[in-house]
Design a protein around this ligand. Sequence first.
Ligand code: SAH
Length: 368
Amino acid sequence: MSASANTVPINLLDLDRKGLQAFFAGLGEKPFRATQVMKWIYQEGVVDFEQMTNLSKSLRVYLQEHCVIRTPQIVVEQLATDGTCKWAMQTHCGNRVETVFIPEERRATLCVSSQVGCALACSFCSTAQQGFNRNLSTAEIIGQLFLAQQRLGSERRITNVVMMGMGEPLLNFDNVVAAMNLMMDDFAYGLSKRRVTVSTSGVVPAMNRLNEVCDVSMAVSLHAPFDELRDQLVPINQKYPLGELMDACRAYAQNGPRKHITFEYVMLHGVNDSLQHAKALIKLLKTVPSKVNLIPFNPFPQSQYRCSSMNDILAFRDLLHNAGIVTTVRKTRGEDIDAACGQLVGQVQDKSRRHLKLPVAKAESHVL
Ligand code: SAH
């Protein structure tokens, strides 16, 4: 796990299979060293090079001297009454991001963060209020899955990953793609592309780029069917308005075996939840293979919105459903530990100009 003091060690968790193959090629080693090391790390949980017994002694010594396998550190673990578990993970620079495990009957989902804070300022999201510090490295992203799986043990396997934690994944493109490659790699976690979902607020150029390099499922945080309203709720809409966003969605859904885009729609009382909004949404989605996921708004301190009533949410859902759009209402999980959508705050030393700070999550927790 160590490297000599006076060189900057390479963190092997920063490299996906291609990256590792290039690294080993540079050492004059065969490409299969990459998959051997991946199996040790991600499938066996071995992080001590000395224990990687199918590598030659000299290679092990080299790795020991020049490389590390370093994840963030779990510093707080909170367990909700519904079984949801939230971890605060501390990075080497002292910031904290949050990762949430959501067990269900047929699947077990990990919600992973991609950035320390978020630069996008969506008005209904508490992560946004924190400001932005930096992108997470590939190691810090895949490290969340590594640590969560380690804490859960081999009987509780994580079956799905959603990039729906803190941050805008497509603004940390390269590191997120490398981490998702590892999630789907048979020599690492081997999750199918249907079980790895990237969620974006609509960074159109990056969606188009993703279409070229990676084949994961796509969720888009839509939240409004009109530009005027979306400009306020999801300000990146001012740069990439709905027309362009829908073009990117159509292109993404058409490429390869992907069948649909999931549209997330937070239900805000009196803001975006009327039947007019539902009708406009139906019209907007007419030419995109879509599923809609309605998210009851999760409040946080100083939030200016209220959640729509369940009656309004169900009426909205029924209208979409009757128009032939598969529509689900997201079950709020981990409410008692502030682990629900939009409630992740971690601990962010804000480098942006937003200074409004929110308190760190309350609830039963223990420091590890
Ligand atoms: N930045 C990415 C990833 C975040 S995913 C994105 O925007 O898609 C988290 C999801 O929860 C997004 O759809 C986000 O818009 C939604 N969300 C944010 N704040 C929320 C809140 N307070 N209540 C419910 N959903 C919220």
